[in-house]
Write a protein that binds this ligand. Structure first.
Ligand code: ZN
Length: 325
């Protein structure tokens, strides 16, 4: 019998990563190409098709062994039709990604939001294996979330479920990119932390190792730099992380009160850069906001798949959707 492989595509604003994934989640071949979003959707979709062909060639498997393609794309999008409704970092509006790619590669194609796909990847191949009700929270430039209920992604009426970055954790708090105030993303993302560092160092003349580690460029503080500053016990960094921990705790406490999932998987650059004591601190913070006994059965664990969450999750998506359809 021909082995059943699928293609997982992780589509980002700067690069497209495609991979041939075997039945056990084994990565058989990968190809990475620049997205070149400035050239418009049609060229980008050509590039996705090219990267898929390249990944198949590198894997050495026969094209006939490929069952389907899964894509994690920036959203909001409609997973049923595979239309990307709006993706600001690609400058896409109502792009028929599924249809357009199927016309180019001739494999059934399934599309979902990149954070949902990452959460699904952790459920099928990563930290969430064996658990059916999971919330994924990814802390990076922004904060994204995904919800798995009874083993399946939950999308909601407008297909926007899981926008954990935009739950309000401080009414009237700092302005968020979404236009409102006090969202988790506006208080606990790397972007929010960067603003705090800028305020403290540039306006209040606070001393911090961050100034040295960034060479004075506080425009974009990378997760690795934050991790180094934490390890060297930099007072300002620890203070800012304490605040981040508190707001993540409020967010997680609310999620646990509302949904009581079996597991919360925490990933993204900021979380990955730090050690597990950061998770212990977040759990302790969540304890303060969760109802008695609500958090006791909930595991809070680090994501396991790192940069491969996108391709593995997309592969899991392809497999689930072709099975369900
Ligand atoms: Zn927001």
């Amino acid at each position: 019998m021909m082995s059943k492989n699928v293609i997982g595509v992780d589509m980002g604003g700067t690069k497209i990563l495609s991979a041939v994934i075997g039945p056990e989640g084994n990565i058989l071949g990968t190809a990475k190409v620049p997205t070149k979003a400035d050239k418009g959707p049609s060229v980008v979709i050509d590039r996705i098709a090219d990267s898929i062909r390249k990944a198949i060639r590198k894997s050495g498997v026969a094209a006939e062994s490929i069952q389907a393609v899964g894509i994690g794309a920036p959203g909001p999008l409609d997973p049923a039709t595979g239309v990307v409704i709006f993706a600001p970092n690609l400058r896409w509006k109502n792009v028929r990604l599924k249809e357009e790619l199927e016309a180019r590669v001739n494999f059934p194609t399934f599309v979902d939001n990149d954070v949902n796909v990452g959460t699904l990847g952790e459920h099928v191949f990563g930290a969430g294996q064996g658990f059916q009700n999971i919330v994924g929270i990814f802390v990076g430039t922004g904060i994204g979330g995904g919800i798995i209920l009874q083993g399946e992604l939950f999308h909601g009426a407008s297909k926007t479920a899981g926008e954990i970055g935009h739950i309000i954790v401080k009414a009237g708090g700092p302005r968020c990119g979404c236009g409102t105030r006090g969202c988790l993303e506006a208080l606990a993302s790397r972007t929010a932390m960067t603003k705090e560092f800028q305020k403290a160092i540039l306006k209040k003349n606070k001393k911090s190792i961050i100034s040295e580690l960034t060479g004075g460029d506080l425009g974009a503080i990378r997760s690795g730099v934050l991790a180094k500053a934490v390890r060297s016990n930099d007072a300002l960094t620890l203070k800012i992380f304490k605040r981040v921990t508190k707001y993540l705790g409020i967010g997680i406490g609310s999620i646990v009160n509302f949904l009581n999932p079996e597991m919360i998987v925490l990933g993204g650059g900021v979380v990955e850069a730090l050690d597990d004591t950061f998770l212990d601190d977040i759990r302790a913070a969540a304890e303060k906001y969760a109802l008695p006994n609500t958090l006791s059965g909930v595991q809070i664990v680090p994501a396991k798949l790192g940069d491969n969450a996108g391709i593995l999750g997309a592969a899991a998506l392809a497999r689930q959707r072709i099975f369900n359809d």
